[in-house]
Design a protein around this ligand. Structure first.
Ligand SMILES: C[S@@+](CC[C@H](N)C(=O)[O-])C[C@H]1O[C@@H](n2cnc3c(N)ncnc32)[C@H](O)[C@@H]1O
Length: 422
């Protein structure tokens, strides 16, 4: 039986405000685009069903593509339970007819999923795999059927069912569906319903290379990310996992490096911020900069200072830093080490130092590109990179206005101290 009214509960797809759990596999803008596609698929399914009334209960700024025939009502109330309760109150104020509400997280829905036999039932509930619910419907709305049910828990669906039964409603339970919360759900739902807008966009996003920053972010949040260095058949993991990675702890080589730091210290490409944190705890002023928001967030969570910046951007206190750090292969950033060294010199005050980690192979000197490969098959655009041993670094450093004053090795790692020649 086709319900008289179908309500689609949706949130305006603003980057950073919807489907944030699809990040960092997808950027904020991509996650918002996937959310928009999911809303449109849901509206298509409702249109194919053809109820007497279609209502969109909308939260946030308007968009141009909602169907003309739909009645758009703003959501009101605090928690989701209250907003759901208000939607039914507002929509059924003078029209108490069978009404089904669906969310925006199940783009795989088809009209037949909504064409439900209500005979003998007062209410419908469609639970989702994560324990919530994707749909709720009432033959006649009974006030108080939703308010107070705690939302977004693994037992919300069960709690809602109990509430409906406590209201003496006979409930028809609909098939359980997977809703799209995280990147794994997105992949599964896109595979289940390959012809939806959601699946088409998902395929397009996964097949086309993304910004390397998206995958640096993914690595920072603990997702496995591989680095492939082109032309050298080299594949390595980016050990940035939030909990485990070796880059989280200070090694003996790191300790030696720290002992050479004179404040204030600028860590270029700071990653999760272990140096900035260690320096701060030693009372040395330090700032990390990194293009990855995930890296900067992690650094800040460690109580250290960091900014989302490219090294080419304007940075605070240029010309006044006491040390610049280029650690863990960061001399490779951008693939043009001479330009990077010149930029580092601009950051430093005369006589101050850049501490640079080099390849353990003194003779190494290559320009290459890397690509990052992460979750859901995502791969990045090519990122110019360089790998330099100490010999090539010292030559370039002279060209950039530095003199090499010291080099050392600890635990298989190699470092050079360059002094701003003034
Ligand atoms: C090899 S990781 C090193 C991380 C960090 N130094 C550590 O030891 O944990 C490279 C870092 O450089 C950052 N990065 C890449 N390109 C950058 C750029 N143009 N400007 C600033 N940071 C950049 C990446 O986001 C990543 O966190």
């Amino acid at each position: 039986m086709i319900p008289e009214t179908v309500i689609v509960l949706a949130k305006s797809p603003q980057p950073g405000r919807v489907k944030t759990r699809l990040q960092p596999t997808f950027s904020a803008a991509e996650a918002a685009a996937l959310a928009a596609a999911a809303i449109r698929d849901t509206l298509d399914a409702v249109a194919a069903l053809g109820p007497r009334r279609t209502v969109v209960a909308w939260d946030g700024p308007p968009v141009s593509w909602l169907p003309r025939h739909a009645l758009v009502v703003p959501q009101r109330g605090q928690g989701l339970d209250e907003r759901l309760e208000h939607v039914f109150e507002d929509v059924l104020v003078d029209d108490d007819s069978p009404t089904l509400l669906v969310g925006m997280d199940t783009p795989q829905l088809s009209a037949s999923d909504l064409d439900v036999d209500w005979r003998g039932h007062d209410a419908l509930l469609g639970r989702s795999c994560d324990g919530g619910y994707w749909s709720i419907g009432f033959r006649r709305y009974v006030p108080g059927s939703i308010r107070g049910v705690v939302m977004s828990t693994p037992h919300t669906g069960a709690d809602q069912l109990e509430r409906l039964r406590a209201q003496h409603l006979s409930v028809r339970v609909l098939p359980t569906m997977r809703d799209v919360d995280d990147a794994e759900d997105a992949l599964e739902v896109a595979t289940l319903a390959p012809r939806t807008r959601f699946a088409r966009l998902h395929r397009r996003l996964v097949e086309s290379p993304c910004s390397p920053v998206t995958l640096f972010d993914a690595a920072m949040s603990g997702h496995p990310v591989e680095v492939r260095t082109h032309g050298y058949d080299s594949v390595s993991a980016l050990p940035l996992a939030a909990e485990a990675g070796a880059w989280q702890q200070l090694s003996a080589a790191d300790e030696v490096l720290l002992s050479r730091c004179v404040g204030p210290v600028l860590d270029v490409g700071c990653g999760p911020g272990r140096f900035v944190e260690a320096l701060a705890s030693l009372g040395v002023a330090a700032l990390g900069v990194d293009v990855s928001r995930g890296a900067v967030d992690q650094t800040r969570r460690r109580g250290a200072a960091a900014l989302v910046r490219d090294f080419r951007d304007r940075l605070p206190a240029e010309g006044r830093w006491g040390t610049v750090l280029l650690v863990d292969g960061n001399i490779g950033i951008g693939g043009d080490p001479l330009a990077l060294l010149r930029r580092c010199r601009e950051f430093l005050r005369p006589g101050a130092s850049a501490l640079v980690e080099t390849s353990p192979d003194d003779a190494e000197d290559r320009r290459t590109v890397i690509t990052l490969h992460g979750p859901s098959g995502r791969r990045s655009t090519a990122l110019p990179w360089a790998v330099l041993g100490s010999r090539a670094l010292v030559e370039l450093a002279a060209e950039a206005g530095f003199v090499a004053v010291e080099d050392w090795r600890v635990g298989g790692r190699a470092f050079v101290m360059l002094r701003h020649a003034g």
